[in-house]
Design a protein around this ligand. Structure first.
Ligand code: DX5
Ligand code: ZN
Length: 225
């Protein structure tokens, strides 16, 4: 299978929420491929964030793919609303979720791309049987819930194992990484087999601005892949 070109997904969690439209436009103008929307319920993760109305308004204002990361319990109760609002990708977690197989199929049948995620403490065996039902596998490289955390280098081994599973099964599943991404960690993850890179702090709080940040991250991914 031919390699997919690396993509940069800008996580709005690190944006200035009072200027969300301008910040999103800056990321798009800066060359981001996708906008990453982190949805948290204060139960699956110890934090609350944003939800359906923001996705709806982003979709009305922008054409860029919206990459919606659901860090919530019972995601199956909410996927239809996010897809109707305009999500391009909907990613659900496999932890404590007996319905993941069904939920991934439902996401696809509702017209979106299905993402599946696993936390740093979750073994790859949890997702192996689900890979044929996913368009993207999200390897969390920090514990979900907060931006600005430090990348866990132990996750590189997990990325390599998932890359091998995907290739051995002949699947076209994107491998996304999320948490603590900077030029150095993007390069490490790209070399391990990841091809979609989520970055919040590095993009929205970069001293040289969004465009420079996205350019540098993409270059790091391309050079290392
Ligand atoms: C964490 C979120 C991430 C977060 C990454 O739970 O899933 O998308 O925004 O933030 P940075 O890039 O700052 O580590
Ligand atoms: Zn995320």
């Amino acid at each position: 299978m031919e390699k997919n070109p690396p993509l940069i997904s800008a996580s709005l969690l690190a944006a200035n929420f009072l200027k969300l439209g301008d910040e999103t436009q800056a990321a798009i103008d800066g060359g981001a491929d996708w906008i990453h929307v982190d949805v948290m319920d204060g139960v699956f993760v110890p934090n609350l964030s944003i939800g359906v109305p923001i996705v709806e308004q982003l979709r009305q204002a922008f054409r860029i793919p919206l990459d919606v990361h659901l860090m919530i319990v019972r995601p199956e109760n909410h996927i239809a609303k996010f897809i109707e609002a305009g999500a391009t990708y909907v990613t659900v977690h496999c932890e404590n979720n007996p319905n993941t197989n069904r939920t991934l199929q439902d996401i696809r049948s509702l017209g979106a791309k299905a993402g599946l995620s696993l936390n740093p403490g979750t073994p790859v065996e949890m997702v192996e049987p689900l890979l044929p039902f996913a368009d993207m596998l999200l390897v969390m490289t920090v514990n979900p819930g907060f931006g600005g955390q430090k990348f866990q280098p132990e996750m590189l081994k997990k990325i390599r194992r998932i890359r091998k599973m995907v290739d051995d099964q002949g699947l076209d599943v994107r491998i996304q990484v999320d948490g603590g991404m900077n030029e150095e960690t993007v390069a490490q993850c790209a070399a391990a087999g990841a091809d979609v890179f989520v970055a919040g702090t590095t993009i929205f709080r970069h001293a040289a601005g969004c465009a420079e940040a996205v350019t540098r991250l993409r270059r790091a991914a391309q050079t290392a892949a």
